[in-house]
Design a protein around this ligand. Structure first.
Ligand code: NAP
Ligand code: MG
Length: 491
């Protein structure tokens, strides 16, 4: 049996044959311009930057670097479209365009899945089964709301806000673009969106769909660039609403910049979710839930279950089974359908994760990693657990955004609850138990926007998502996600 260079054997017994997804069916330009006013246009200063494949460190394409002038052009195009065709269009017609985007995404889902995995390093199984279908589902869901907004908010007048500036991170590039664009358009706004520097490609491919779907020019504009491009959107005087998903650190900068302005904003920020396992839980399923919660997608998930709390009498069994399961995880080529853990998104993120691995050991915690080999090129991190940690350790308090799990124990429900809530974040959490009453007690008292019971990391466009405390401001998804893009007035 042979292996492709990146797909490595995971244990000494047997191994899967490589099953790489074909890339023949994708067409990817070598250079992408900015998408402004319905056209791809060169950046004003003519500067471009490279996006790479983090699994091979090879360059994939170069992408336009949008300056403040480019952002201004995009905002002007969005304003013109808002004042012109978009706000005059019947809501049902607007809905049809959004449905069209959803269908076209579905039709091109294989292509989008491959590009997502190439650009960001996530396993094809995840981009194929989660990111792309959920992105399409989001457009379908909000398309349905476009002509029913008055029923969503009975007794109130609803009006679009105007131009929405939207800034997204690299962990779910297309899905985050869908979370932002779909509700904005359904509510009658126009948008200027900036994808993350390291994963701009699926947003630019989405721009092609927007163009082919025949949306009026300027309704959707995509500008690529780094943090300064994002800041230029946030600080543009003619932006009515800012929607940001990213780190709490940048969220704070944005909140400060918006203080005292009339701009409406939503901030979806970091997390340090607790996954809480009671001794009466179905332990095998819970172990799968832990793995799914922190190791899949390399732990690059804002709501990753990065803190594990196990009831003391079950901790030996859970840790033993978790270590066994970690040994079977396949790390390697993101395009291989058998891969469980792909590449870390960038060299910078790998450095951050590795600094936390050293810090954890310095703090006196015991580190365990699965023994799998990792490919020579690219950015990789083995699934890692820390035991012997305490509440005050930085690896327990701070978001690592990698496949790194800190394990603690508790005796009573109250102890588990207070340890789980001892965090500046509050995005998500998980509870595993056989007893419904415990689930209700825990879900009511966990200070987190989303709590899963006997499952983890499940998403649906109809369900609102967002954080408590330092995890953010506002909700996206569901009915609540409409509120963020509308002016609501008493009739
Ligand atoms: P990040 O560094 O905050 O970047 C997010 C986006 O903001 C990127 O497009 C970034 O551009 C841009 N940006 C950077 N500095 C900016 C500034 N001063 N003004 C305006 N925009 C700026 O976050 P990240 O490292 O990409 O993503 C990981 C973080 O996102 C994690 O903390 C994670 O928890 C969070 N996240 C939260 C959710 C949620 O729903 N709550 C979902 C996913 C991720 P560049 O790409 O050029 O840096
Ligand atoms: Mg990339």
């Amino acid at each position: 049996m042979h292996n492709s260079p990146n797909s490595l054997a995971f244990n000494d017994g047997w191994q899967y044959a490589p099953a790489p997804e074909s890339t023949d069916h994708i067409s990817l330009e070598k250079q992408f311009d900015l998408f402004i006013g319905g056209k791809f246009v060169a950046p004003e200063e003519g500067r471009y930057f490279e996006t790479i494949n983090p699994a091979t460190e090879e360059q994939i394409a170069s992408v336009g670097l949008a300056t403040q002038t480019d952002v201004d052009r995009a905002v002007k195009a969005a304003r013109k479209a808002f004042a012109g065709p978009w706000s005059k269009m019947k809501a049902a017609e607007r809905g049809k365009y959004i449905y069209r985007i959803a269908r076209m995404l579905q039709e091109r889902s294989r292509e989008f899945a491959v590009i997502e995995s190439l650009d960001g390093g996530k396993p094809i199984r995840e981009s194929r089964d989660i990111d792309i279908p959920l992105a399409a589902a989001h457009f379908f869901y909000y398309a349905g709301w476009a002509d029913k907004l008055e029923y969503a908010f009975p007794g109130r007048n609803v009006a679009a806000l105007g131009v929405a500036g939207q800034i997204i991170p690299w962990n779910f590039p297309l899905l985050m673009a869908a979370w932002k664009i779909a509700p904005a358009l359904a509510c009658g706004n126009t948008v200027v969106l900036k994808p993350a520097e390291s994963t701009p490609l699926t947003a630019l491919k989405l721009a092609e769909i927007v163009q082919e779907a025949g949306l009026p020019p300027g309704v959707v504009n995509i500008v690529t660039g780094a943090g300064e491009t994002g800041a230029a959107i946030v600080n543009h005087a003619d932006v009515d609403k800012v929607a940001f998903t990213g780190s709490t650190e940048v969220g704070r900068i944005i909140q400060r910049a918006l203080a005292g302005t009339s701009k409406k904003y939503t901030l979806e920020l970091g997390g340090k979710a607790a996954n809480i396992i009671f001794a009466d839980a179905a332990i095998d399923q819970a172990v799968e839930g832990i793995v799914n919660g922190i190791f899949f997608n390399q732990g690059h998930v804002c709501c990753a279950g990065s803190r594990l709390f196990v009831q003391e009498s079950a901790v030996d069994e859970v840790v033993r089974k978790l270590k066994d399961r970690m040994e079977t995880l396949i790390i390697g080529d993101p395009l291989d359908k058998n891969t469980d853990i792909g590449a870390i998104n960038s060299a910078g993120q790998l450095e951050t994760i590795e600094s936390y691995l050293s810090l954890g050991r310095e703090e006196g915690a015991e580190m365990y990693q699965s023994s799998c080999a990792v490919p020579e090129r690219g950015y990789w991190c083995r699934p890692t657990i820390f035991t012997g940690v305490s509440q005050s350790n930085r690896i327990v308090q701070e978001e690592i955004f990698g496949p790194v799990l800190a394990i603690q124990t508790f005796r009573t429900l109250e102890e588990g609850l207070s340890k789980a809530n001892n965090t500046p974040y509050g995005l998500s959490g998980g509870v595993w138990t056989d007893k419904g009453a415990k689930i209700f007690k825990m879900t009511q008292k966990l200070r987190a926007g989303v709590v899963w019971a006997n499952t983890f990391n499940k998403f649906d466009p109809t369900s609102p998502f967002g954080g408590y405390k330092e995890s953010g401001v506002g909700r996206e998804g569901g009915l609540h996600g409409l509120d963020a893009y509308l002016k609501l007035e008493a009739r």
